[in-house]
Design a protein around this ligand. Sequence first.
Ligand SMILES: *Cc1c(COP(=O)(O)O)cnc(C)c1O
Length: 430
Amino acid sequence: MQKINDIEEMYESLGISKKVLEFGKQAELKLKERFEAIDRTAEYNQLKVIGAMQKNRVSEGCFHYASGYGYDDQGRDTLEKVYADVFHTEATLVRPQIACGTHALALALGANLRPGDELLSPAGKPYDTLEEVIGIRPSAGSLAEYGITYRQVDLKPDGSFDYENIEKAIHEKTKLITIQRSKGYQTRPSFSVAQIGELIAFVKKIKPDVICMVDNCYGEFVETIEPSDVGADMVVGSLIKNPGGGLAPIGGYVAGRTDLIENCGYRLTSPGLGREVGASLGVMQSFYQGLFLAPTVVASALKGAILAANLYESLGFPVVPDGSESRHDIIQAVELGTPEGVIAFCQGIQAAAPVDSYVTPEPWAMPGYDSDVIMAAGAFVQGSSIELSADGPIKPPYAVYFQGGLTWPHAKLGILMSLEHMVRKGLVQI
Ligand SMILES: *Cc1c(COP(=O)(O)O)cnc(C)c1O
């Protein structure tokens, strides 16, 4: 008869050797207190989400299919109130018509800037895809083509804000400042909500009417407060990252001041129509249920990131953030130092996936990148990076960026499998 509770055998049947499992167990043992703190944050955020759903009387009727123009789409309108209560803002726009995070950010910017205005990034270069939105790299339809200028103040070498030069960069045309919470794929640290609050307070002291926007991608529910709790006028993100909880199949959100969100509505649909139209087309249950799950999904992803950091740090690989740093987003970078390392790591993540586990990812010349890139993603939602995923450009310093994990056991399996593949290829010794 088969034993049903021998977890070692179960791991072994999925391809994890005793050696790797034991190594993982040692790393995990040291993380008990940090995992408890993450669970407490998830507990708080879970209550926040449930409270918002109860207050707004979410009901089965909110999940009904709405088509056509979508006037009085109950599910959509109620969800936007739920989001407003979660983010503590006056209004929100949460729509499947927002295609992705970049679209949400382009929408928030385009809706609230006018020709002659200037956009300021006081925290260095924004996310890659925003370069074309802003026109840092010339692009058709960019803000630059509409006469909106851009200024940037780089971070100081230690990753902190350069307040002196930020003050100098603000002038009468400065209309909106954009702050990216997560480091994305840069090497700077991610900002805590408190740090973002300090920056916003500083900027508002110089120019009280400047609109402060935060790119919140990968940051939602990592802490118990959001940038909108510390003065941000608009926070923006993607539903195929944290707040979609792995269930939302598409979508983005903007949460903030009513006048700014109204402008986003007019930009998303049309002047005059604004937020009144845009049918939710049957995705509402996944949006609600995804938001409901998001706090614990984010906790799972964070635990995975911290386990990966500690495991690979103990093997001598540089990791960002390091094994003991506090977390402000769900991204973990591991510098493997060789192309073979990046490939083995990503192939391990893929082999641990529930979907497409039999596929072996290889580096390829992806459009828009200046080197070959390898990507591992066995996801239920295409490209979803709240699901366990990893990618790495095949160029020095040969780092992989690892994120997501809908459940902690899956995140753990993925990391162990990445190590298993590294061990099998002789790239590390444990
Ligand atoms: C993912 C991300 C974006 C862009 O989102 P997409 O959904 O990929 O378009 C923007 N900013 C940050 C910080 C991100 O992590």
